[in-house]
Design a protein around this ligand. Structure first.
Ligand code: BDR
Ligand code: CA
Length: 333
């Protein structure tokens, strides 16, 4: 039976790689996609998500608009990485992408998540939630409707890191963009007993596609294949590199093929205060942690399955096979 999944995205070149995998892989049952401000403003994120689902021929997947900004701070889009439109400023017409976008659900993202998860509770079929952007929607969901946690088999989120940052020297973009939301999600997951996998920067860059492979995808008949190739090529060009990460798509690979990931169960806190470390995920790798009563915020740590290693070759093949197969019958040309 296909694994039921919901993606929460800030689409984003690499979110698009993740959406294509989730939309096209036969072992996943993509129930819904919810959108949050992050790489781009939320309306642009919705448009980008519609483009990707249409290219995959998955117009029927509900897409909903969510939080327009982080809980406390203004939105800070990553145009320097993902382009003015958040999706690499691709030429959609030249790529022959479908002109009919996937529809937008009228519910707020949090309401769509609530409805899907409560349906999953009733069906006795819990869903894996895969947040790939700032965790604003998920924090609002778990604090507003904690009963939805029973519909969650696990949260596999892209964010944080044990060792490095990208938005700052200490913090990864998704957690840095809304640190309060990330802290709330980890706290709620502990309280509501939802297992969590953190797919962070320690592994994020290690599943890579070459320019040559991108060009093979660009030559495909199916629009999803061409879009996949263009997403990789756009990243290679932006970073003057001969290969690019599938990024967020690795978190979807972690759902499909957990054996490709090495994790350790570790205590994680989100730093909310530091002048240079706000948004850092503080991963406790000490052998002996002693007395935690002196923790400055008094919030108990959450045990998280932290991704520390990945079989990049195995997941490269997994992603290429799915987007290279490109299920949609619509060639777009
Ligand atoms: C994360 O930030 C975004 O730019 C990417 O889409 C990814 O989710 C990496 O830090
Ligand atoms: Ca993302």
């Amino acid at each position: 039976m296909a694994i039921p999944v919901i993606l929460d995205v800030d689409t984003g070149l690499d979110d698009a790689c993740a959406l294509l995998l989730a939309a096209l892989h036969p072992d996943l049952d993509l129930r819904a996609v919810t959108c949050v401000a992050g790489n781009a403003d939320v309306d642009q994120v919705v448009r980008n998500t519609q483009v990707v689902l249409a290219a995959a021929g998955r117009h029927e997947v509900p897409v909903a608009r969510g939080a327009t900004r982080p809980l406390l701070e203004p939105a800070r889009p990553a145009r320097h990485v993902h382009g003015e439109d958040g999706l690499g400023d691709l030429d959609h017409a030249a790529l022959g992408l479908p002109t009919e976008p996937a529809e937008v659900d009228q519910r707020h993202a949090v309401e769509l998540l609530r409805d899907e998860l409560l349906a999953a509770v009733s069906a006795g079929e819990p869903v894996i939630l895969v947040p790939l952007g700032p965790l604003t929607n998920i924090a609002l969901l778990l604090r507003s409707y904690p009963e939805t946690a029973k519909g969650l088999a696990r949260i596999v989120f892209m964010g944080g890191a044990a060792a490095v940052g990208n938005a700052t020297a200490a913090a990864e973009f998704n957690v840095w963009h809304d640190p309060e939301a990330a802290a709330i999600v980890l706290d709620a997951a502990r309280e509501l007993q939802v297992p969590v996998t953190m797919y962070g920067l320690d592994v994020f860059y290690d599943v890579r596609i070459t320019l040559d492979e991108a060009d093979l995808l660009l030559a495909m008949q199916q629009p999803a294949g061409r879009l996949a190739g263009a997403l990789i090529r756009a990243q290679c060009e932006r970073f003057a590199a001969t290969s690019a990460t599938i990024g967020d798509a690795g978190a979807v690979c972690a759902v499909l093929d957990p054996a490709g990931l090495t994790t350790a169960s570790l205590a994680v806190h989100v730093e909310l205060a530091g002048a240079r470390t706000r948004g850092q995920t503080v991963v406790d790798q000490r052998q002996w942690v002693g007395d935690l009563d002196h923790d400055p915020h008094g919030i108990p740590p959450t045990q998280v399955d932290v991704a520390l290693g990945v079989d990049g070759e195995r997941w490269r093949a997994l992603w290429l096979a799915a987007v290279g197969r490109s299920g949609s019958g619509d060639t777009g040309r």
